[in-house]
Design a protein around this ligand. Structure first.
Ligand code: G3I
Ligand code: 9MR
Ligand code: ZN
Length: 535
């Protein structure tokens, strides 16, 4: 495949917009079958000075080609692209693998060969955790998903992952019919709910039974070595102190769970709601304070200076789930005080989730005027994203500033924003732009890098993911989304090798590059949401 020709290495659905991108060269292009039959010819136009990659990028539009098949793009003088498919189900396997990733991240149970194949391993992290600052106290801490390439379990990013997956299920229930081949498969409950429940049950253990506040995280004091398998990581486990953001995002995700699990398991839903209520009481009687790592804990901090958005989200979910007015009062008061917040869906900036909850509520008492204002704000941000994509060489929504640690999450969050906007306003342009994000993830980007393990012609092979490094299996665990290009050069090998590169090319498929090539549950989760629209 020629590195100047960029396509989605999985492919395109027949009716969707289909672009290829060619760097440095315009003129004609053609699409051919693998046997060499030319089925489409066109011109490369729409030349764009693409700031993120620092290159001149031409665009070829072959949307008119709708026949199922396997093809390549050919450019005279250059050669051909990687092969790709046109098929209705082109993202089907990707969608399943992105979900199955969460099973592989499970902590505290054997991953059996029957479900995990060559990536099977023994149960890990079964010990009680020590409550930081209370030497005599330890509590059960097992279960949940490892956060990322490390084995920490953190409430705040866990809540984002839960939210994305439950929203995906709420928005696209029909996309979750296919079993994931996990231990619970076949129990009559969609596997995405089985999988999310594994995390929720761990989250319930993160609530301090004494006062309802929620411990920020459960980790060892330091990260273990890179080749340490989960079951070999036997350093003491520590509950870091209760935090405002962990408690707020806990309320929100438990309130969501109470709503989504009600039809499938009333008792579990009631447990979640009771836990949300206790955490809500803690939240309302404590000031907004920023979490900092205790001095002897060196794992991920997930600190956040601004915490009112966590209360905004929590109050909106509680209102949506219960319909009770006091929650709405908190929500409306926050809006009056702070103004309309951005539609952000990050682990730190969670206001977008609060807005979605308020927009989707069917409660009688809802304030229609506020809904209209929030809807207008959401749509205008979506318009801005769509507009921005038109000036990008690869037609994606990322600006130069967005190529930060976890840029693939930024991209997928923006695509989620657009797909939700489409629900609010049926503007097909929003879907076209969101699709471009999926194409980018699947290799249609300046590096031709597929940012998901196990997929594409140029698949990710060396993620910063301890089990994939320590297990002796050549292939990494499949279905994991890499953080992707990060212009911050925030690890040693990125600093050494990427200096001077344009933002969209600041990426290394190397196991040491945790700032460009780690994986994380909350980078997979928005990708699941986005893929759910396209299967
Ligand atoms: O938001 C600012 C932006 O305004 C600024 O222009 C830009 C310039 O560098 O930085 C942006 O902040 C970055 C922030 O992520 C954005 O979310 C910080 O530089 C960057 O250091 C920070 O990285 C976080 C990283 O931990 C280090 O703290 C990542 O978001 C976060 O996903 C990552 O999470 C880690 C956990 O700590 C441990 N487990 C693995 C996990 C994934 O790598
Ligand atoms: O492996 C760690 C990864 O999960 C984190 O995201 C990253 C940033 O906090 O840190 C990694 O651990 C590195 C540590 O910070 C510095 N020494 C090298 C460790 C990994 O090789
Ligand atoms: Zn574990």
């Amino acid at each position: 495949m020629h590195e100047w020709i960029h396509i989605d290495q999985l492919g395109y659905r027949p009716g969707d917009r289909k672009y290829c991108f060619v760097t440095n060269q315009g003129g004609s292009f053609e699409v051919a079958t693998l046997t060499g039959q030319v089925v489409f010819t066109g011109e490369l136009d729409h030349a764009t000075n693409d700031t993120p990659s620092g290159e001149l990028v031409f665009r070829g539009d072959f949307s008119a080609l709708r026949e199922d098949g396997t093809y390549v793009v050919r450019v005279p003088g250059l050669g051909q692209s990687a092969s790709f498919s046109i098929s209705r189900s082109v993202f089907h396997d990707l969608h399943l693998a992105l979900q199955k990733c969460f099973y592989y991240q499970r902590c505290g149970m054997d991953l059996e060969p029957e479900f995990a194949g060559p990536w099977a391993h023994k149960a890990c992290h079964l010990n009680h955790g020590l409550v930081h600052g209370e030497p005599a106290r330890s509590l059960p801490s097992h279960g949940g998903w490892h956060d990322a390439g490390d084995y920490g379990k953190y409430v705040v990013p866990g809540a984002k992952a839960i939210a994305d997956l439950l929203l995906a299920y709420e928005f696209y229930p029909n996309a979750f019919q296919t079993p994931l081949h996990i231990p619970e498969s076949g129990n009559g409950i969609p596997d995405v709910l089985n999988e999310v429940r594994y995390e929720l049950e761990w989250m319930l253990r993160m609530q301090d039974p004494v006062n309802g506040g929620v411990f920020h995280k459960l980790t060892t004091h330091r990260f273990p070595g890179l080749a340490v398998m989960p079951e070999e990581d036997d350093a003491p486990l520590v509950f870091s102190p209760i935090s405002y953001t962990a408690t707020g995002t806990f309320v929100a995700s438990m309130a969501m769970a109470a709503r989504v699990y009600e039809p499938v398991d009333h008792d579990f839903a009631a447990t979640c709601l009771a836990a949300a209520n206790r955490a809500w009481t803690w939240l309302c009687s404590h000031p907004e304070t920023q979490f900092h790592n205790p001095p002897d804990v060196f794992t991920g901090e997930y600190g956040d200076r601004q915490c009112w958005d966590e209360l905004y989200w929590a109050s909106a979910e509680m209102f949506r789930t219960t319909g009770d007015n006091p929650y709405q009062e908190v929500f409306l008061n926050l809006l009056a005080e702070k103004g309309l917040p951005p539609a952000s869906l990050g682990w730190a900036n969670v206001a977008g989730y609060g807005t979605i909850a308020y927009l989707m509520t069917t409660a009688e008492a809802v304030d229609r005027n506020t809904q209209a204002r929030l809807r207008a704000r959401w749509l205008s941000e979506a318009e801005d994203l769509a507009e921005r994509s038109r000036t990008d060489g690869y037609q994606v929504t990322l600006t130069v500033e967005d190529y930060i640690w976890g840029s693939t999450m930024v991209l997928c969050n923006q695509a989620m924003q657009l797909l939700i906007a489409y629900r609010l306003d049926s503007n097909p342009a929003f879907v076209d732009v969101a699709a471009q994000s999926l194409h980018y993830l699947a290799g249609c980007n300046p590096l031709n890098q597929c940012y998901v393990t196990g997929f594409g012609t140029k698949p990710l092979m060396h993620p910063h993911h301890r089990p994939s490094i320590g297990d002796g299996v050549e292939q990494p665990v499949p279905g994991m989304v890499s953080g992707g290009p990060n212009k911050g050069l925030q690890d040693a090998i990125a600093k050494a090798e990427l200096g001077g590169r344009p933002p969209a090319k600041c990426f290394l498929d190397h196991q040491d590059s945790y700032s460009t090539n780690e994986i994380a549950i909350y980078w997979n989760s928005p990708a699941v949401f986005v893929a759910s629209h396209f299967i």
